[in-house]
Design a protein around this ligand. Structure first.
Ligand SMILES: [Zn+2]
Length: 345
């Protein structure tokens, strides 16, 4: 538990600790979807499909990124963590309380409205997305905290040290209201990323908030963005695609569109094919040269699946190698697909 908290804190703080970076030293990766990039703006809304230019550079050189999405919805990102907030007539509804970004969120909200944050939604009980709730409560002691019954139960079961929801979204309605905005909860049937994972549709705005499945403008993140395994991952993508939205807030990456869903499907098709080829080519046992030297059968599976992952990554590199984080994410993801295909035959 505490080791996990320390680790996520280190991740959240990692960028701040690494010191100033010169924007001119950075070459952005090519878009995975042939995006139209536009300058960041808190005043001019994005058209569906448009993306914020130079997003990596901005993450390492700016305190935060703030982009207007629609009339009342804004996209926020800092330290590679993103979310959205909705400006009502009397207050602001914030989705998640990103770890280490409370001050930046307060500054971003104040940039577009004098209204207080009156409600936070916890999208799921992963501390890296909600751990700055205490900072926001300190600023606005009256704010409501909303979460699904699954999230509330998980926080209870695991003895979460974070502020508990003040209101539980009833499972039989799977929706809540905020100043006339209806937010619909679409619970995931697969527990690939979290036991309490869901997508949140801001009805009538065209925006869906669903962290940690699709990182728009990037191939899937390392370990499929913190998934337990590959089992059910495609189902998450399919469930997101079945919802009604024009702008996807993925928790990481750029503002997403349907093109990002199509890119993920194509990438997963190609990844599964490459892993299938690897499984048929890299013979089990071939990665242990001398059985007498290893002294444990543990060596067989771990070295073999690593070789499968490397083979599949090499096969994909000509097509995908220039995309964001490819070489850091793909070997691990190919290993996860390999274990899935090895287990379920
Ligand atoms: Zn998560």
């Amino acid at each position: 538990m505490f080791r996990i908290i320390t680790l996520t804190s280190a991740i959240a703080l990692g960028i701040a600790l690494s010191g100033p970076t010169k924007a001119q030293d950075i070459t952005e990766s090519p878009s995975t979807v042939g995006a139209t990039y536009v300058p960041e703006s808190a005043a001019t809304a994005l058209e569906p499909g448009q993306k914020i230019e130079n997003l990596y550079t901005k993450n390492v050189t700016q305190p935060y990124i703030l982009q207007k999405l629609t009339d009342r919805v804004y996209f926020f990102q800092a330290g590679f963590y993103g979310t959205v907030f909705y400006v009502g007539d009397e207050g602001v509804l914030l989705f998640d309380a990103l770890e280490g970004q409370g001050e930046a969120v307060l500054a971003a909200v104040a940039q577009v409205t004098d209204l207080p944050i009156t409600a936070i939604l916890y999208s799921h009980d992963h501390a890296d997305h909600i751990a700055d709730a205490p900072r926001l409560i300190a600023a606005f002691p009256e704010l409501r905290i909303l979460a699904t019954a699954r999230t509330a139960a998980l926080m209870e079961e695991l003895g979460s040290a974070l502020p508990r929801p003040t209101e539980v979204i009833p499972a039989d309605r799977n929706a809540f209201d905020f100043e006339g905005l209806t937010v619909t909860v679409a619970p995931f049937t697969a527990e690939t990323h979290a036991h309490d994972h869901a997508a949140y549709v801001l009805e009538g705005t065209g925006v869906v908030h669903v962290p940690d499945v699709i990182n728009p403008d990037q191939p899937p993140f390392w370990s499929f963005a913190g998934a337990d395994g590959y089992f059910g991952y495609r189902e998450l993508v399919n469930q997101i695609d079945a919802l009604d939205w024009d702008y996807l807030s993925g928790g990481h990456g750029n503002v997403g569109s349907r093109a990002d869903v199509a890119f993920y499907r194509q990438f997963l098709d190609d990844l599964e094919a490459a892993v299938g080829e690897a499984l048929g080519t890299v013979a089990f046992g071939s990665t242990v040269e001398n059985p007498a030297a290893v002294n444990a059968h543990t060596a067989y599976l771990s070295t073999w699946i690593k070789a499968v992952g490397e083979y599949a990554t090499d096969a994909l590199r000509p097509t995908y190698g220039d995309y964001y984080g490819f070489d850091y994410a793909t070997p691990k993801n190919a290993e996860m697909v390999g274990m899935y295909m090895f287990s379920y035959r």
